[in-house]
Design a protein around this ligand. Structure first.
Ligand code: SAM
Length: 270
């Protein structure tokens, strides 16, 4: 796969002008030159082969050669609702969730959470999502929702918990004829789970038994409080165990994403 760059806007006169951070990466890190071919993806399912026409310090213009609608997503929508860890552990978690094809991330604020998810933190996470998508070949970006407290999560309609690979914005980005982003049918109801150590129900059994879209809530290092467990289960979040040992937050989230991601994929990657 050629090196990929992110640019959410459609081409103008069949040309892309990459944002300065993407151009800097192409010019100063990857050492691309005029005449080199690159791939540009828009985060809404499209990827374009393009030819670099002009380069200057932090400016890169590329001519569109060919556009494809190529979906490397999983057949099941996966939402991870998680009390994020801090620092490098948070960065690692975001990268792995993108690689594993998680559709949506909802940061969770619990009574024992340690990381405050400020608007600045969301901005940083969005950049990490783009970088991981460049590397792993995802053409739809993992969605990131605003942080939710437990009561907010319990009141969220399923449609807002569910990760969906379409967006209103995608409609406005269709400047290339005959390439519309088609909504994926999500006929099955959302399965809502809460990772809860020592529960008798095991997550891998649930994953094998169903093909439903899934959301799984993972608690903080100190675990969910009893009252949080009660609130979640009374709102339809079923407790499930991930095995006999206690996993750190990121291990639990990655394991859940992996187990639910196994299965039939939408399309084979080239
Ligand atoms: N002492 C805490 C407890 O008993 O809940 C441990 C918290 S653990 C480090 C962080 C989160 O990962 C938990 O709140 C839970 O959601 C999830 N988790 C970790 N190990 C798990 C397991 N074996 N089964 C289910 N969930 C697990």
């Amino acid at each position: 796969m050629s090196y990929r760059f992110f640019h959410s806007q459609p081409p103008v006169d069949d040309r892309f002008q990459l944002a300065s951070d993407q151009a800097h990466h192409a010019i100063n890190v990857m050492r691309y030159r005029e005449g080199d071919r690159i791939v540009i993806f828009d985060g809404f399912g499209r990827e374009h082969d393009a030819l670099i026409e002009t380069l200057s310090k932090k400016k890169l213009t590329a001519k569109r050669l060919e556009t494809r609608q190529f979906d490397r997503s999983l057949s099941r929508s996966i939402t991870i609702v998680v009390a994020l860890p801090k620092g490098d552990r948070q960065k690692f978690l975001i990268e792995k969730l993108v690689e594993l094809g998680v559709t949506k991330l909802i940061p969770l604020a619990t009574s024992r959470s340690v990381a405050e998810v400020t608007p600045k933190a969301i901005e940083r996470i969005e950049k990490q999502i783009i970088e991981a998508s460049k590397q792993c070949g995802r053409n739809f970006l993992m969605q990131i929702a605003s942080p939710s407290s437990i009561p907010q999560l319990c009141n969220l309609p399923d449609a807002d918990v569910l990760g969906d690979q379409t967006s209103d914005q995608a409609e406005t980005l269709t400047a290339i004829p005959n390439l519309n982003v088609l909504p994926k049918p999500t006929a099955e109801p959302l399965l809502k789970l809460m990772a809860h150590p020592y529960d008798s129900k095991v997550l891998s059994d649930v994953a094998l038994e169903s093909t439903q879209p899934v959301a799984i809530a993972i608690g903080p290092e100190g675990g969910f409080s009893d009252s949080e467990v009660t609130q979640l289960s009374e709102s339809g979040w079923q407790p499930v165990s991930l095995g006999p040992t206690i996993l750190r937050i990121e291990t639990a989230a990655i394991a859940a994403a992996t187990i639910f991601g196994i299965g039939k994929h939408v399309s084979a990657a080239p």
